[in-house]
Write a protein that binds this ligand. Sequence first.
Ligand code: 13P
Ligand code: SF4
Length: 328
Amino acid sequence: MSTLLEELQRVKTFEYTEEDVVQFEALHEEIRSLKKERNAVIVAHNYYRPEILKVADFVGDSLELALMASNVRDADVIEFCGVHFMAETAKIVNPSRTVLLPNLLAGCQLAGSAPAEDLRARRDELKKQYPDLAVVSYVNTTAAVKALSDVICTSANAPKVVRSLPNKNILFVPDRNLANFVAKQVPEKNIIPWDGFCYVHQQITPQEIERIRQADPELEILVHPECRPDVAKLANAVLSTSGMVKYAKEKSAKRFLVVTECGLSDRLAMEVPDKQFLKGCKLCTFMKVTTLDDVRDSLKYMRYEIEVPEEIRVPAERALRRMFDVAG
Ligand code: 13P
Ligand code: SF4
């Protein structure tokens, strides 16, 4: 079995020294003892810093984390190492638990691109033209947007969720690239995209991918659906972050180009040492802002607690549960 130092030294995004790892091990000890004291469970998104993933009880994509949070029964506290909308989702589906986000700067630019009042106005205007209009919101949205939505989806299930609806006309919020991917998979629907995008995935160009592929034609190319359509077109598979982990572990291929935020290729480098993961990735500052010290302080001082008002939480939960029923 590899030591923490060996695992972290496979990571390419950060350079860890032996001293860093000694500090991490001490913090892990402190965090484990605080976790026991608070009766907490630590969940972390795939993009988080590797030293945080190593202390988490559960690591996953947005769908897995939402389902996991909804099933927490024994713990009193959910320490959510993700971005704000993910912690909010955990509170929506499990309101009797205390949900903590260790750093309030961990927002999401994509979620911020669709304010609830703008969505309400757009929906009302479109309904005049399309009376059967349904609002499908990506999980990367605020609780207030979820409350205005018929159903939620994630990158792991968006085509399935859209296909399940009786409505033909769908306002898809807020990611236009994911909307485009869904429109291709479900051509029988009229997908009206919101004009949002993720600044991390939008930066990745087809030229970049082509250049890497020309140098190594055997590479399997895994692309996140938040990428531009001309990038998605070059993929062997378009998958959610955990979909990529599963694919890379199961496929016999030895070399992969992982086209998403850099945390994913770091997780893979730690967990799958016999395969190679080339980085076609960019860094999400929101996902990387939280440090291991923040995680410790969050449990120590019980901060920052996420609250969702009941008048928003109840309709938002309805939209989330509808997704769990169709594609959970
Ligand atoms: P996943 O649900 O695929 O992990 O994606 C979350 C996200 O924020 C991608 O940028
Ligand atoms: Fe939001 Fe993009 Fe960061 Fe994901 S990668 S959390 S969508 S800003």
